[in-house]
Design a binder for this molecule. Structure first.
Ligand SMILES: *Cc1c(COP(=O)(O)O)cnc(C)c1O
Length: 403
């Protein structure tokens, strides 16, 4: 633990051996500029005031921390609270980070943002913030994803964003990220790259975590107000890991609080069937440390270092690398990670719909599935906070087909 604290406070951009800045030379200067711009924004009262105002009046913060009474009774174990990020504008936690980086673009004098998107949620959040702040916005999206997520493509276009289809590679998220980075290098004077999770080169993993840590800061105050004690367990799903670290961060120093991140177990343990980067103990194959999109972390790859295909029923968890801070927290055993299958997530989603009247995003349903899996080792006097990262509107096609 002391080494974690050291790493948190003394080596920016590194989480133990993970993180860093593995990019072509042309990107080093823009990354230094961004790091400097972000440092200035942190101590700029007018930036912080504008951020607080937009989080409150545009996005809808603070989000409630709701005691899930019927779910608690049904499961018969610990008291369960839901952090309701699903109630935010655009339907998920992604808006927290999009607002922060959008304001940073304005502060740095950049009139244009580029973003990448898989399922379209981050693209919609970026297009939304760009419209609110009067920025030009281009979103890169794999053409396969565009076909699968056409309502989100329409949303982005209605909001005034330009959506560019990416037809290379697997025509999904990782190819869209490559194109967005290429655009950024070419147009760096006018453009900020609004990255959607705790991934990429420094300062992104730290900056995105800071913007999302509002989740845990609120949750900590809220649970102390309602229960007069800290939670014993935190549960969150982990794609890149931004909603999870957003919840975890302000509890890292409370050693008695256990933190559990749930990855996508997909259809099985074989290569191409899952996105479980930290699931080796469960038999998930193919992950080891490597570099993807500028950061050193656990990456699903073959023996030659080629990036593996991944699968999850939830597009937001379907990515071959995990945020570097999670890699470090896993190595240090400060947080624990395991994967849940597509089917377990569907069952958990149905349970939440019927017991609480909340249709969750498929990503968030993985977190609930993980809690259900853990029930036998939890006690009645344990206290759980589960991060409900988003709402299920975007997943209605999948739900109507499969539930
Ligand atoms: C994108 C997304 C995720 C996964 O991203 P993280 O960076 O891991 O949080 C999880 N839940 C929802 C609702 C999402 O839209």
């Amino acid at each position: 633990m002391s080494s974690i604290l050291k790493s948190l406070s003394y080596s920016p951009g590194r989480f133990g051996p993970y993180g860093g800045r593995y990019v072509p030379e042309t990107l080093m200067v823009p990354l230094f500029e961004l790091e400097r711009g972000y440092e200035l924004a942190k101590s700029d009262p007018s930036f912080q005031a504008r951020l607080a105002d937009l989080l409150k009046n545009f996005a809808g913060r603070p989000t409630p921390l709701q005691f899930a009474e019927r779910l608690t009774n049904k499961l018969g174990g610990p008291r369960i609270y839901l952090k309701r990020e699903d109630l935010l504008h655009t339907g998920a936690h992604k808006i927290n980070n999009a607002i922060g980086q959008g304001l940073l673009a304005v502060k740095m004098g950049k009139p244009r943002i580029v973003a990448e998107t898989g399922a379209g949620q981050h693209g919609v959040a970026s297009a939304t913030v760009a419209a609110q702040l009067g920025l030009e916005c281009t979103v890169y999206m794999g053409t396969d994803d565009m076909a699968r997520q056409s309502p989100n493509v329409s949303r982005m276009r209605i909001l005034g964003a330009k959506v560019v289809g990416v037809d290379s590679g697997s025509r999904t998220l990782k190819d869209a990220i490559n194109e967005a980075m290429r655009d950024w290098v070419t147009n760096v004077r006018s453009t900020h790259y609004l990255l959607g999770s705790v991934l990429g080169a420094h300062p992104y993993p730290t900056m995105v975590r800071d913007f999302q840590s509002v989740i845990g800061r609120e949750a900590r105050e809220q649970i102390l107000a309602s229960e007069k004690r800290l939670p014993t367990h935190l549960f969150a799903c982990v794609g890149g890991g931004s909603n999870a670290i957003g919840l975890f961060y302000h509890f890292l120093r409370d050693r008695e609080v256990k933190m559990i991140g749930i990855e996508a177990g997909g259809r099985g343990t074989g290569s191409g069937e899952h996105a479980a980067r930290l699931g080796a103990a469960q038999g998930f194959t193919g992950a080891r440390p490597g570099v993807l999109h500028g950061t050193y972390t656990y990456v699903l790859q073959n023996e030659d270092g080629q990036i593996s295909a991944t699968h999850s029923i939830s597009a937001g968890l379907d990515y071959p690398a995990i945020g570097p801070e999670h890699a470090w927290l896993a190595d240090e055993k400060r947080a624990e990670y395991f994967a849940m299958s597509d089917n377990a997530a569907l069952d958990a989603a149905r349970l939440l719909c019927r017991s609480e009247g909340i249709i969750p995003a498929l990503e968030s349903a993985h977190a609930l599935a993980g809690l259900i899996e853990r029930l036998p080792s939890l006690h009645k006097n344990d206290l759980v906070i589960l991060n409900l990262s988003g709402r299920g509107d975007k997943d209605m096609d999948t739900y109507s087909r499969l539930l």
